[in-house]
Design a protein. Structure first.
Length: 76
């Protein structure tokens, strides 16, 4: 029989997850045709990570493709 603490932990995690998903789902995101919100990310080139962060607004009017490589340039 599961211990009382284990059951309470599972219930608490489920409630937090449910509450967080409701709050996240209620957020008003960008609509089709809206400009994407501006953000910055570290850039990378063949030589490694660039010193200056890249901002989305720097590429206004151009096509932008963001690609993530989870284990690129790591020992992972």
């Amino acid at each position: 029989m599961p211990s009382r603490i284990a059951v309470l932990t599972v219930v608490a995690v489920a409630l937090v997850g449910f509450s967080a998903s409701r709050v996240w789902a209620q957020g008003e995101g960008p609509q089709v045709g809206d400009l994407a919100p501006d953000f910055s990310l570290p850039g990378a080139s063949k030589a490694g990570v660039t010193e200056k962060a890249l901002r989305l607004s720097d590429f206004r009017g151009q096509t932008v493709v963001i690609s993530f490589f989870p284990k690129a340039r790591t020992k992972g």
